[in-house]
Structure formats: C-alpha cells, structure tokens
Write a protein that binds this ligand. Structure first.
Ligand SMILES: [Zn+2]
Length: 142
C-alpha cells in the first residue's frame, strides 16, 4: 500500500507526547509517501531544520499535496494556511491521504492526473457525469 492510514487523533496525541517532534516525523513520512506515489520531488526533510529553507520545503510539500492529492490548483491559499496555522496540517493532509488509502481507484486517477472512461478509455474530466466521447452515463464517479 502506498499510503499508510493513520488515526488523526493519534497524530495529535503523539505530537503532544513528543513535544512536537512527531510532527516533523509525520511530515517526513507523508512527504516520502507522496514522492513515491506521484513521482514528486519534495526535497529532503533536513530542510525543515534550516530557517528560510523550511519555508521552501513547506511550499513544495503543499504544492504536491494540493495538485496531486487533492487535484486542485489553490496551492497559494493552502500554503499560507499551513504556514500560519500549521497545527491544522495533520488534520487536513491525513484526511485526504486516508481517503486515497481507502480508494485505490481514486489514487489511480490522481496518479494519472486524469480519469478515464471505462467504456471507450478516453481521458475525461474528473466531474463528468456523461462521457463527452461515447456519451456513456456514469452512475457514480470517484
Ligand atoms: Zn467514453
């Protein structure tokens, strides 16, 4: 399995017990999972302990999370949020990662950066309810 399912409550418990060290461990673990799943290039976690460089690291992490995991393009908004209120990060990020861990089909769609019609195999929009090529109707979509 590419993404490990984690209890969000336990992440916060571990963070409190370790006085925040677990938070860094969690950031690096999830960074490695995203790099692997999406062939992404979030840099080494060592940057987290270097001032300024850690801002760059957070940006790269957020960019991968937003564009690959969520499939959105509002990186700047999430980056500012994560920077100002870092405490929400495990909650927001792990929710999405757990979602991918539970839905292999969704993960596959995200990995391909697209969704494919099961009938004609053409690349179609994520939210299409009808295939624009073969007009097949979809009961549900992921
Ligand atoms: Zn089709």
């Amino acid at each position: 399995m590419t993404f490990e399912k984690r209890s969000i409550g336990m992440i916060y418990v571990y963070c409190i017990i370790t006085l925040g060290i677990y938070f860094i461990y969690w950031e690096i673990k999830t960074k490695n999972e995203m790099n692997k799943a999406f062939n992404a290039n979030i840099p080494t976690g060592w940057l987290l302990i270097i001032p300024i460089a850690n801002i760059y690291w957070l940006y790269k992490y957020t960019e991968c999370f937003v564009t690959k995991v969520k499939g959105d393009d509002d990186t700047a908004l999430w980056f500012i949020l994560f920077w100002l209120v870092g405490i929400i990060m495990p909650w927001i990020v792990q929710t999405e990662l757990n979602n991918l861990a539970d839905n292999p089909q969704l993960l596959q769609n995200r990995q391909h950066g697209a969704r494919y019609c099961p009938n004609c195999g053409k690349k179609i929009p994520f939210d299409a309810e009808i295939c624009p090529y073969c007009a097949k109707k979809f009961e549900t979509y992921l």
